[in-house]
Design a protein around this ligand. Structure first.
Ligand SMILES: Cc1cc2nc3c(=O)[nH]c(=O)nc-3n(C[C@H](O)[C@H](O)[C@H](O)COP(=O)(O)OP(=O)(O)OC[C@H]3O[C@@H](n4cnc5c(N)ncnc54)[C@H](O)[C@@H]3O)c2cc1C
Ligand code: FES
Length: 280
């Protein structure tokens, strides 16, 4: 997957202020931020699918996706608290400072998929890295064919960005299908694993690209069902996660075989992922 074009990369953390913190779901918060140096903010050009390194001072640095649209969203990150650094981020309050390096990585190949149908398949917080792509594609609606979102989570409380989903459900030309694993009182939408939506939604196959993101068990089931429906493995796109250190291809920390996820990825086709020969 190669969507590389030249953008200005910040290699030393640029200081940003956290303006607002929003609770999303259990353990996941969204942090809205702005650069202290306004010029740095103006120069911060990202492509959907890239990632940045976020420094929490005194705790460390971690890789994180950019869920906002490069065009006109507020800068923000959505982060699950899983370990030392992300817990420290969750302890911050509005007005606290973080450091931002990046953007890094290849990004989604929008130029290559113009005119095609797009299916987004996300599980749980797998919607975070896909969000910016969905917003971008909806902003350029006439450049694509059918657009579908198949999104599933364990329970209704595990669905990310419900305020966006409510909007998407009402958006013409965007077919949004939502599922949870088990029945719940008051739930009127689909019940079942997200891969069962692949069959149910009647997805297009010809001239179609699928973006898939979620936990490994969901990823494997979705890939199996997409391939069964006739999608080609070169037309299935995902992002890989590896612990990152430098983010710029120097430390080898993110290596899988000969690929460096920080510079060659994090966006790969399933055809490429298969050749990496590693469980993801
Ligand atoms: C491109 C990219 C985009 C990402 N986007 C997001 C995002 O949008 N939101 C989000 O919440 N997270 C995202 N992540 C994941 C995030 O970077 C990690 O959750 C974060 O690094 C955790 O840091 P921590 O110090 O809090 O946890 P850690 O202390 O690093 O531990 C987190 C978990 O990872 C395990 N772990 C620690 N080191 C390693 C290692 N070397 N290899 C394998 N497992 C290890 C630990 O055992 C623990 O279970 C992304 C990662 C990548 C690479
Ligand atoms: S994180 Fe250092 S080479 Fe990828």
């Amino acid at each position: 997957m190669n969507a590389k074009t030249e953008t200005a990369i910040v290699t030393v953390p640029e200081i940003a202020v956290v303006d607002e913190i929003k609770d999303e779901i259990d353990e996941v918060k969204t942090f809205y931020f702005r650069f202290v140096d306004e010029a740095a903010g103006r120069n911060f050009r990202i492509r959907s699918g890239q990632f940045i390194m976020c420094t929490v001072f005194g705790a460390g640095e971690f890789a994180v996706s950019l869920p906002f649209s490069p065009e006109n969203d507020r800068l923000h990150l959505s982060v699950r608290s899983v370990g030392k650094v992300t817990r420290a981020l969750h302890d911050l309050k509005p007005g606290d400072k973080i450091g931002i390096r990046g953007p890094f990585g290849n990004g989604f190949p929008f130029e290559e998929i113009k005119g095609k149908n797009i299916i987004y398949v996300a599980g749980g917080i797998g919607l975070i890295p896909l969000r910016s792509s969905i917003v971008h594609v909806l902003q350029h609606r006439d450049e694509f064919g059918r657009i579908l979102l198949l999104y599933g989570a364990r329970t209704s409380k595990d669905l990310m960005y419900t305020y966006m989903i409510d909007k998407w459900l009402k958006t013409d030309g965007f077919e949004t299908h939502i599922a949870i694993d088990n029945p719940e009182p008051g739930w009127t939408k689909h019940v079942g694993f997200v891969n069962t939506l692949v069959e149910r939604a009647g997805i297009p196959v010809k001239d179609t690209v699928a973006f898939v993101c979620g936990p490994p068990v969901m990823f494997n089931a979705v890939i199996r069902d997409l391939l069964k429906r006739g999608l080609k493995d070169a037309h299935i796109i995902s992002t890989l996660e590896r612990h990152m250190k430098c983010g710029i291809g120097k430390c080898q920390h993110c290596a899988i075989g000969r690929t460096l996820v920080c510079t060659d990825g994090p966006v790969y086709t399933y055809k490429q992922i298969k050749t990496l020969g590693e469980q993801i």
